[in-house]
Design a protein around this ligand. Structure first.
Ligand code: ADP
Length: 303
């Protein structure tokens, strides 16, 4: 297990950010998915040993999050969501400095800084003051510093935040390369579903400080529910109420398509039975491929 934690609670004053998080994460690229405010960044900071949990504990790569922060810093990399730059520095000095903070000797850190900046495509600009960097360059620099010390695991907090489509593709490609070719496990936090779907095989969905679903993305899509898309004639209020009574969740899209999430033990015929009872005419009916977005909607629900 790369991460194993139990019953983690954390509050900022009166704000409860994590409310009992249990996780056992396997090898492979992991997505930490959740709406803004779900507790993703707080969880990452706890896993890194930056914040002490109010309750609970556990291990990252077999190192205790409460008292082995030095080892965690040595073997785990971190790309924070916010900019973490030191004004006036260039990319080489910044990256090698962070390598040293992770426990590398100075010369080694400098050598690796050049290598990782080359790897993320910043070799031409490595001596430029990094305050002059574009958004995309800053994200690539943050990614470079997260791997400078040859970690075994990296936590990437909202790595595509604020990027245009080209910048986003560049970062996602680098993340996939790191995860598949560099022997570094990645954990990516994001509220952007396609980013997780492209890069990860396993996902944890966090909502209001708690994991609400976790597993292999393909398994979760299979077992959680069946999704049907349909159109109905007239308003169908009673039809929808009855569907909800049999534990279907219904969502209406902008183009008046109804998405019905049906528990796997129910048969699609139930929908037609209820439609006939309520004299609701179904005009279009397809079993839909479930995407991670559907899974997310189902897990997080609507308030
Ligand atoms: P996410 O990364 O999923 O957006 P966060 O971990 O940043 O979520 O935040 C979880 C909750 O904790 C939110 O309600 C947020 O407002 C609150 N929070 C985060 N950081 C702080 C802080 N430094 N002080 C007070 N509340 C905070």
């Amino acid at each position: 297990m790369s991460v194993e934690i139990k019953d983690i609670h954390f509050s900022y004053g009166k704000v409860k950010a994590l409310d009992g998080v249990d996780l056992k994460l396997p090898q492979g690229a992991i997505g930490l998915l959740g709406p803004n405010g779900a507790g993703k960044s707080t969880l990452i900071r706890i896993l890194l040993g930056f914040l002490p949990p109010d309750r609970g504990g556990g291990k990252v790569l077999d190192y205790d999050i409460k008292n082995q922060q030095t080892e965690i810093r040595r073997y785990v990399g971190y790309m924070p969501e916010d900019d973490c730059f030191i004004p006036g520095m260039d990319a080489v000095s910044f990256t090698s400095y962070l390598g040293e903070l992770s426990g590398m000797p100075r010369q080694e850190a400098m050598k690796r800084a050049h290598e990782v900046l080359f790897y993320v495509g910043l070799e031409e600009s490595r001596y430029r003051n990094l305050e002059t960097y574009s958004g995309g360059m800053k994200q690539r620099l943050k990614l470079a510093q997260s791997i400078v010390h040859d970690p075994r695991l990296i936590f990437l907090d909202e790595p595509t935040s604020g990027l245009d489509p080209q910048g986003r593709n560049e970062i996602l490609e680098l993340i996939m390369d790191i995860s598949s070719k560099k022997n570094i496990q990645v954990l990516i936090s994001s509220h952007i579903l396609p980013d997780i779907e492209i890069t990860c095989s396993y996902v944890v969905i966090l909502n209001k400080g708690k994991p609400v679903a976790q597993g292999n993305i393909s398994d979760l899509k299979e077992i959680k529910y069946n999704l049907f898309e349909m159109k109905i004639k007239s308003d169908g209020e009673k039809f929808l109420q009855k569907l909800k009574k049999i534990r279907c969740r219904v969502e209406e899209t902008e183009d008046q398509i109804l998405k019905v999430y049906m528990p796997p033990e129910l048969d699609a015929q139930e929908i037609f039975k209820i439609a006939s009872e309520e004299k609701t005419q179904i005009r279009h009916f397809v079993k839909s491929e479930t995407s991670l977005e559907d899974l997310f909607a189902e897990a997080v629900g609507v308030d």
